[in-house]
Design a protein around this ligand. Structure first.
Ligand code: PHE
Length: 343
C-alpha cells in the first residue's frame, strides 16, 4: 500500500508521534516546560488535535481505527497531564504560589492579662534565685489546713470559705499547701515560688470571685530572719512597681506564720499622695507574709532548731486590676475576646 504521508500519517507515523510525545512528557520538569508541552501536544493547534483534523485523508477502511487511536492518545495524555504533580499541587490550593506576595496576616493569640502579671512576678523571683513549683487545685484537708497549723475545728478555717468536695478533699483556698509539698520533696536551703489558682466560696461581685490566683513564696535556710523577708519583698516591689516604692508592714495573723504581717505597697499611680485607685490612702494591700511557724516546719519534717524561714502569698488579681485599670474582676474569667484583645 502506498503511503499518503503528507496528509494522513499511517500507523508507523502515529507510533513515532506517540514516542515523541512520551519523551516530551517525560522531560517536563516545571511549570514552564509543562506549558510548552501542553501547547505543542494538547493545545487547539497542537500535534494531537492536528492528527484528528486529518482523519478525512485516511482511507475509508482505516478511518475508524485511526480516529479511535488518535482520540485515545489525546485523552490519555490529557489525563496524565492533569494528574501530574506539578499541576495537582497547585490546583489543590488554587492559583500558582507566588513567593513575592505579602503574607496573609495570621491571627495571633496573646497571654491572658493575669498570666502576664504572673509571668512578670515569676521572672523577678527567678532572677533572685527562686525556683518554681506547682501543687494540685484539689487538695486534701491535711495540706490545705492541718499541716498549716489549722487542725479540725480551728476557728481560722472560717477565714476562708471552703468548697468541699468530700469530707477529706477540697478546692485549695490558698497556695500555702504547696509549701508543705515542697518541704516534703526538698531539704534546705529552699527558695521556691508557687503560683496557682485558688478557690473561695465568696459572694461574686466586681471585687471578688469564686476563684483567683496567688503566688506563694518560701525561703528556708539557717539564719533566715525577718530582715530577709523585708529585703526580699522590697527588692521585688521595686522591680515590679517602681524603683522608689516603699512598703508598709502591718502586724496581722495567719496560723502558719509567726509573727505574721500584711504588707502594703505605696500606690504606684499617685506615688503615695492618694488617688482613686488607692482610695486616697496612698497604699495598696497586696500580700500576706510572716516567719514560717515552727509547727509548719515540723509538718514538713524540717528541724526548727536549726532552720528558720519566711513565707508570703501575693494576690495576682488585685495587682492586675490596678495595673491595667480594670473595674470588674469578672472580666478576667468571662473570656470575652473584646476584653482579651486589649492585652
Ligand atoms: N495563705 C495566705 C492567704 O491566702 C497568705 C499567706 C501566705 C500568708 C504565706 C502568710 C504566708 O491569705
Amino acid at each position: 500500500m502506498s503511503e499518503p504521508s503528507t496528509t494522513a500519517p499511517s500507523s508507523p507515523r502515529l507510533d513515532e508521534i506517540q514516542r515523541e510525545a512520551e519523551n516530551a512528557f517525560g522531560a517536563i520538569t516545571d511549570e514552564a516546560s509543562a506549558e510548552t508541552f501542553r501547547i505543542a501536544y494538547l493545545g487547539k493547534k497542537g500535534i494531537l488535535r492536528d492528527l484528528l483534523k486529518r482523519v478525512g485523508a485516511v482511507p475509508e477502511d482505516q478511518r475508524r481505527a485511526y480516529g479511535a487511536r488518535v482520540n485515545e492518545l489525546h485523552r490519555s495524555f490529557e489525563d496524565r497531564f492533569a494528574r501530574a504533580p506539578w499541576r495537582t499541587a497547585h490546583q489543590a490550593v488554587g492559583p500558582a504560589f507566588d513567593p513575592g506576595l505579602p503574607a496573609f496576616p495570621v491571627p495571633q493569640g496573646s497571654l491572658h492579662p493575669l498570666m502576664k502579671i504572673r509571668n512578670a512576678m515569676r521572672d523577678i523571683f527567678l532572677n533572685m534565685g527562686f525556683s518554681v513549683a506547682y501543687g494540685p487545685d484539689i487538695e486534701t484537708d491535711y495540706y490545705n489546713f492541718e499541716a498549716l497549723n489549722m487542725p479540725a475545728f480551728h476557728p481560722a478555717r472560717d477565714m476562708q470559705d471552703t468548697f468541699y468536695i468530700t469530707a477529706t478533699h477540697l478546692l485549695r483556698t490558698h497556695t500555702s499547701p504547696v509549701q508543705i509539698r515542697t518541704m516534703e520533696l526538698e531539704r534546705p536551703p529552699i527558695r521556691t515560688i508557687m503560683p496557682g489558682r485558688v478557690y473561695r466560696n465568696e459572694e461574686i461581685s466586681a471585687r471578688s470571685y469564686c476563684l483567683f490566683h496567688q503566688i506563694e513564696g518560701l525561703y528556708i535556710d539557717e539564719g533566715v530572719s525577718f530582715a530577709d523577708l523585708k529585703g526580699t519583698l522590697l527588692a521585688f516591689s521595686r522591680r515590679f512597681f517602681d524603683d522608689a516604692t516603699r512598703l508598709k508592714i502591718r502586724p496581722s495573723f495567719f496560723p502558719f506564720t509567726e509573727p505574721s504581717v500584711e504588707i502594703d505597697v505605696e500606690c504606684f499611680l499617685c506615688k503615695g499622695k492618694g488617688c482613686g485607685i488607692c482610695k486616697g490612702s496612698g497604699w495598696l494591700e497586696v500580700l500576706g507574709a510572716g516567719m514560717v511557724h515552727p509547727r509548719v516546719l515540723a509538718a514538713g519534717d524540717i528541724d526548727g532548731e536549726r532552720y528558720t524561714g519566711f513565707a508570703f502569698g501575693i494576690g495576682i488579681e488585685r495587682i492586675a486590676l490596678l495595673k491595667f485599670g480594670i473595674e470588674d474582676i469578672r472580666f478576667f474569667y468571662e473570656n470575652d475576646v473584646r476584653f482579651l484583645r486589649q492585652f
